[in-house]
Design a protein around this ligand. Structure first.
Ligand SMILES: *Cc1c(COP(=O)(O)O)cnc(C)c1O
Length: 443
């Protein structure tokens, strides 16, 4: 079957150029490091647009498909512009993400708002901006949203977030669809929710069901299992309440290839499996073909991103590991310390040696756990070498912090030999910009 971009370790434009340096998007990584300094996030536009197409093509046989980019993976104004120009919608989880895509000019009817504890202000904002769908997570939110919609004389278009009770084999912290989860209505609570919507909450219009099982999923059976449960619920709710739900949102979660050990399925493979399953349940449960919503985050953005760091000091533990330190780490990429996530890296500059060594790439932050890569074979390293860590597009910048009061890195977009800043590097002034010293302390 055709490969899709999430199955690649590196951006699809990656190559070694005539200087012996790695280049991405036609840009020499060493020139980028010189020009913009490191650490530096680099996003390859070609890879990003190609994966969007992989998704669109994979689902073209089911024209009622809507791909909603889960913007929590990486949400910046320029990325939102690209995603919107590809015709995708957005799954958002905060006022900040909604504001970003709104200011980038996204079509707000193609935005969904999701989360287990949305604030009053956020619910007001989504109604004011006419966000297309709100996925309601719990009873408290049903009542709160109805009240806010009523006060604005609006109808809120909603889905019910459900926990279908499916487990997948991924890291415990990134599983969400099993029964003991903080997200969504248990299947036994759906009927009460539907009754409330039908009888009391007149400012809510229910369109369908929403679930999200987990992240970095390699098992293709998760999605049909989910569709089976949702279709069954839709048929059951129609029989019991006469309510016609015609939207199924199966969330995101398709995996990517962080290292050679990872073998994620392609969009084409899951597309075929999902469409076959839909056609099957439509017949078996005798339901109207539903609109299908997908919310891929990681698999859309991860592969297009790399991070460049400069190699600094190193330490050989007597009879132990060799630690090599970089100028970034857990504040720009918290995933290794949060999830024991693994990454692959290469030296981006030409090396005149064939000798290699096994090293541990250590971050610069004051935590022993700030280790970016535990063990990797690289050419003999020198201070000033530039290391390129692959597959950092998702959940790196979006989870970045100012730990140790270190400025967040810049991000550049590369395409056809051009590089453009899409996030400015923070300055020391940015670091203290929100600090206030009370007058009485100034004496
Ligand atoms: C996080 C999340 C996603 C995206 O997950 P990925 O693994 O990045 O594809 C989609 N939908 C919901 C509801 C989420 O919470």
């Amino acid at each position: 079957m055709k490969q899709s971009t999430n199955q690649f370790l590196k951006p699809i434009t990656t190559k070694v150029n005539s200087f012996g340096n790695i280049e991405i998007g036609g840009c020499d990584l060493i020139s980028l490091a010189d020009k913009y300094e490191t650490p530096l996030y680099v996003i390859d536009e070609t890879t990003l647009r190609t994966i969007c197409n992989d998704y669109k093509q994979a689902f073209s046989k089911y024209p009622k498909t809507h791909i909603m980019y889960a913007s929590k993976a990486l949400c910046t104004s320029a990325i939102a512009k690209i995603i919107d120009s590809e015709g995708l919608g957005f799954d958002t989880v905060s006022g900040g993400e909604i504001y970003t895509v709104y200011k980038a000019g996204a079509n707000m009817s193609k935005v969904l708002f999701n989360g287990n504890n949305k604030s009053y202000d956020e619910l007001e904002l989504v109604l004011d901006l006419n966000v297309g769908r709100i996925s309601v997570d719990n009873f408290f939110e049903l009542s709160l949203l109805n009240e806010i919609a009523q006060s604005k004389n609006k109808i809120a278009d909603i889905l019910l977030r459900i926990t279908p009770g499916i487990e997948c084999h991924t890291h415990e912290y990134i599983q969400t669809g099993h029964l003991d989860s903080k997200f969504g209505f248990d299947l036994t609570q759906i009927d009460s929710a539907v009754e409330l919507i039908q009888n009391e909450y007149k400012n809510l219009k229910l369109h369908g069901l929403h679930a999200h099982i987990g992240s970095q999923i390699f098992e293709t059976s998760i999605f049909p299992d989910e569709i089976e449960i949702m279709a069954k619920e839709i048929a059951r709710l129609d029989a019991k309440f006469g309510i016609k739900l015609n939207e199924i949102n199966i969330g995101g979660g398709l995996g990517v290839k962080y290292t050679d050990k990872d073998a994620p399925p392609s969009t084409y493979e899951i597309g075929e499996i999902i469409i076959n399953k839909l056609n099957d349940v439509i017949k078996r449960y005798n339901i109207e073909p539903p609109e299908l919503f997908l919310e891929p985050g990681r698999s859309i953005i991860s592969t297009s991103g790399v991070t460049l760091y400069t190699i600094g000091s190193s330490k050989q533990v007597p009879k132990g590991k060799k630690y090599v330190s970089i100028d970034g780490g857990m504040a720009d990429n918290p995933r290794p310390s949060l999830y024991q996530a693994e990454y692959y890296a290469e030296i981006a500059n030409k090396k005149d040696t064939n000798e290699s060594e096994t090293v541990t790439i250590a971050g610069r932050f004051c935590e022993s756990g700030d280790i970016l890569i535990n063990s990797i074979d690289l050419p003999m390293l020198d201070e000033g070498d530039i290391i390129c860590v692959y597959n950092t597009g998702a959940y790196n910048y979006s989870m970045a912090s100012n730990y140790n009061r270190v400025q967040k890195p810049a991000m550049v977009l590369v395409n056809n030999g051009q590089s453009e800043i899409i996030i400015q590097r923070e300055t020391l002034e940015d670091i203290i910009a929100h600090d206030i010293i009370p007058e009485r302390l100034k004496k």
